[in-house]
Design a protein around this ligand. Structure first.
Ligand code: SAH
Ligand code: SF4
Length: 373
């Protein structure tokens, strides 16, 4: 750990915070108080942690420690309630984080359907937060705006958790009453920033208080990480971006298929240790005239045979520099019907926040284009 990362408290686990308390000649339970204050109470500044004696707070500040929450640089609210945040870190890099009220059309991270429940007089609300794991992405998917940004750097565990803390605070979420799902489906490839991603998951479960059963991570298919991920004691559910029904098509739309191909990906999915009642999710971005034919749907059925899985169909969210078209609504419905008739649960994911550039990476890319002008 570098000295500067030791100064930053956000991202440290209970053990790390306890070590900081002990180094300041404080009793070790002060570490637990720091952990509770930063993650459970989501205090954005050491000054506000009233459970700690003023002398300790002063000591921490004098030693250069801070809780350094990222900043909300920009906030766009869609007519459908989706809020898209541009979040800025201390080095000026930005990522997108998205708040989607009421799940995502049946795409809640816990696999249940979206809905509202009344509890007393207060509405028992629920939402899904879509989180970024890297600034940009090195995986060169041809339909994805984030790919155009290239990878700038990994996010630290603190920066991954920080996105969620600021969004929860922005909505004054009470996690005891409100149901929050997390999807690691923002910018970046979580399995190419594996250690920080897993550390963030642990802090979110043990610190912030979001159960792992309400989290889903999506990967473009970084096969060597499947085994590590399957043996994690605490892990989200797994979603795999399939996006094509045969090797040639997949290599065209996701060139990473040359390195980790479809045959090996499906084999890795079959070997993945699912928990009781757990299902894999496959995501399939439908690209008009490219991967959306009835023949493609039949190939998908063959691929998924024998897997306990569901599939999410996502009509392409188009954008500048993306050489594909959104398929016609009938094509999407026909594709879904073929899958459903073969017994594969297939859901169409509603596009969220189209009016606020909600495609993966779109907001950041648009901001860049505007800045370049
Ligand atoms: N890198 C990971 C997670 C982030 S991308 C992955 O690829 O799985 C999250 C999802 O958004 C992926 O399933 C990806 O296929 C999808 N996606 C990317 N660009 C899209 C676009 N323009 N329209 C619709 N879905 C898109
Ligand atoms: Fe990266 Fe996922 Fe976009 Fe592919 S779809 S470029 S893996 S963020």
């Amino acid at each position: 750990m570098s000295d500067s990362s030791k100064l930053e408290l956000l991202g440290l686990n209970l053990q790390g915070l306890t070590a900081i308390a002990e180094a300041a000649q404080e009793p070790s339970y002060r570490g637990k108080q720091l952990f509770e204050a930063i993650y459970r109470q989501r205090q954005a500044s050491i000054d506000h942690i009233s459970t700690l004696p003023t002398s300790f707070r002063k000591n921490l500040a004098e030693a250069g420690h801070s809780t350094g929450f990222p900043q909300i640089e920009n906030r766009f609210t869609s007519i459908d309630g989706t809020v898209r945040y541009l979040i800025r870190f201390s080095d000026g890099q930005t990522v997108e984080t998205v708040w989607m009220p009421e799940g995502d059309g049946g795409e809640a991270g816990d696999g249940t359907e979206a809905g509202d429940e009344e509890q007393g007089t207060r509405k028992f609300s629920r939402a899904t937060i879509c989180v970024s794991s890297q600034v940009g992405c090195a995986v060169n998917c041809q339909f994805c705006m984030t790919a155009l940004l290239k990878v700038q750097r990994n996010l630290t565990a603190g920066e991954i958790v920080g996105q969620i803390l600021v969004v929860l605070n922005d909505h004054s979420v009470d996690l005891d009453r409100e149901r929050i799902n997390l999807v690691f489906m923002g910018q970046g490839e979580p399995f190419l920033n594996y250690d920080n991603f897993i550390k963030a998951v642990q802090l979110l479960v043990e610190g912030v208080g979001i159960p792992e059963s309400r989290m889903t991570v999506s990967t473009s298919g970084i096969i060597p990480r499947f085994e590590d991920f399957g043996s994690e004691p605490i892990r989200p559910k797994l979603a795999i971006s399939l996006n094509a029904s045969n090797e040639a098509d997949r290599t065209r739309v996701m060139p990473i298929n040359k390195k980790w191909n479809l045959a090996n990906l499906i084999a890795a999915a079959k070997a993945f240790p699912l928990r009781n009642r757990e299902r894999l999710t496959f995501e399939y971005v439908l690209l008009g005239g490219e991967n959306d034919s009835p023949e493609n749907a039949r190939e998908v059925i063959e691929l998924l045979r024998g897997l306990r899985a569901k599939i999410n169909l996502i009509a392409l969210n188009p954008g500048p520099g993306i050489p594909y078209q959104t398929p016609a609504e009938e094509r999407v419905l026909a594709f879904q019907q073929i899958l459903i008739r073969s017994g594969i649960p297939a859901f169409i994911r509603r596009p969220r926040g189209r009016d606020i550039y909600a495609a993966c990476g779109q907001l950041k890319r648009m901001t860049e284009l505007v800045e370049l002008r």
